[in-house]
Design a binder for this molecule. Structure first.
Ligand SMILES: [Zn+2]
Length: 231
């Protein structure tokens, strides 16, 4: 097994306090105190992503979309549409598998393939990488560095994939972790989640944006988050 460098709060693999430790601020996506970074993983998905784009457009908000190469391959036009709408594109890998069960060569191949495809389809070279399940390995860190990708995890998430999740619980969970400078994670695709998960996440977007407004927090992509020195 490749060396596990960091484990964050992926389903079943928790380590949230670890990323709060000193030196992990950038990895945890900690940015400017008056800003919240909004990020979406697992798309683009023709079934769900257009709904998220619409919800964001209605509020004039841009976000970061960490895309899966396997999804981009099936919906290249939608990936291009996300970028053309002014959103930031990041890499979530090609296939949605734990990097810890992959060797260095497979890791390098997966990340390179995904990065090249996303750049090709969107016309934007991604600068950010979020590993599946938030679990990084030494090989992934090395490859990310070679590809010019900064790994960024998250600190607040909706847990919309949890078995007992409801739209209300997603909002409550998100808001309980909300603070100036946090990076928020939702999913614009249900491709790795149980049925109903993306709908709960979608329903949480307007209340989340309302709460940020109420607290005077700006919302935007990681590119505008003031992350400490990328790469
Ligand atoms: Zn994912």
């Amino acid at each position: 097994m490749a060396g596990l460098a960091f484990a964050q709060a992926g389903p079943g693999i928790t380590g949230l306090p670890a990323v709060r430790a000193r030196g992990f601020r950038r990895l945890a996506g900690q940015g400017d105190a008056d800003h919240v970074a909004l990020t979406f993983d697992d798309g683009p998905d023709p079934q769900s992503t257009p709904r998220f784009l619409q919800a964001l457009d209605e509020r004039g908000v841009h976000a970061t979309f960490f895309m899966l190469g396997s999804m981009v391959e099936k919906a290249p036009g939608l990936a291009a549409e996300i970028a053309a709408a002014g959103h930031e594109v990041g890499v979530h890998g090609f296939d949605h598998r734990y990097l810890t069960v992959r060797g260095p060569r497979a890791t390098r191949s997966d990340l390179t393939r995904a990065t090249d495809l996303i750049a090709d389809v969107t016309g934007k070279r991604p600068a950010l990488f979020r590993p599946p399940y938030g679990v990084l390995t030494g090989a992934a860190l090395l490859t990310a560095r070679e590809l010019g990708l900064t790994p960024v995890l998250w600190r607040s998430w909706g847990r919309e994939w949890a078995p007992a999740a409801t739209p209300q619980s997603v909002v409550r969970t998100l808001v309980s972790g909300l603070d100036g400078g946090v990076t928020v994670l939702l999913h614009d695709s249900g491709c790795t989640s149980p049925a109903g998960a993306w709908q709960r996440g979608l329903a949480a977007v307007p209340p989340l944006l309302d709460e940020c407004d109420r607290r005077g927090l700006r919302v935007g992509p990681l590119a505008e988050h003031g992350l400490l020195g990328r790469c």
